[in-house]
Design a protein around this ligand. Sequence first.
Ligand code: NAD
Length: 286
Amino acid sequence: MGTYVVSGSASGMGRAAAERLCTAGHVVIGVDIKDADVVADLSIRTGRREAVDAILHRCGGVLDGAVLAAGLGPIAGRDKMIAEVNYFGVTDLLIGLRQAFARSGRAKIVVVASNSTTVTPLVPRRAVRALLTGDGERALRAVRVFGKRSAPMIYAASKIALSRWVRRHAVTPAWAGAGIRLNAIAPGAVMTPLLAEQLANPDEAKAIGAFPVPIGDFGTAAHLADWMLFMLSDAADFLCGSIIFVDGGSDAYFRADSWPARLPAMMLPHYAARFLGYRRFMRDRR
Ligand code: NAD
């Protein structure tokens, strides 16, 4: 049996994943702003640092995996909190806990992204780039032009940046080379308190009701938790740097031909450089 961290363990998908892990006999260290083993505010740097210290203390420096689900929905007026919790609240935990994951030798991590990454139009590239360079304030400035619609933009930007962070790091010697399997799940609309809060606003409810979900219904926290448990299991040993869309078909509905994407000519120099760098990559692994 293993020891797992679950952020966002007090509600929704994080809670469902934590319950399943406990039922399977694992030790779960829940992290949340309320009702958790480690109560911490992931929207501020000191809160994230305290969370890392408390988790390391509780697990004795070794972790078998994590589900990082703490996050906020695209609610107006919370732009800064969205960027802080959804992006830095995950990446700072990953950075702070990496060595504990490496010590287990075969840790598996599920980061909760979103299908907003591919179905939200016009997300400013500058916001995504700013988050990836650690500049939350610049990311917020980049979405300000959207006025009242800035929350969905910073939300999608936070999840795009997070997905890229996962893909960039998952394949490096420090992660894949240390036996860590780092992947993300991209849910569509899932019936949790987060979605319920959005549905409580009549305009939002109308927009969400009109949004295409080809299977015709919202997902459930229980269903998404089943996928997360699968991604933490031995069956996922070969899964590395993947973003798994579990969204009732919305992404495929809008963008059937966008993925898998063929490699365009302009990418060939990058591809060649990566190819040639692989020997060094394998050397660094050892
Ligand atoms: P939820 O609101 O039920 O759970 C989110 C949890 O995060 C809550 O327990 C909350 O207390 C915690 N949290 C929020 N701010 C925090 C902070 N500052 N510090 C510590 N914990 C904090 O929502 P959910 O739907 O289960 O969301 C889980 C994840 O899934 C989120 O990252 C969300 O962005 C993502 N997501 C949700 C949906 C959806 O439709 N529900 C769709 C795509 C992605």
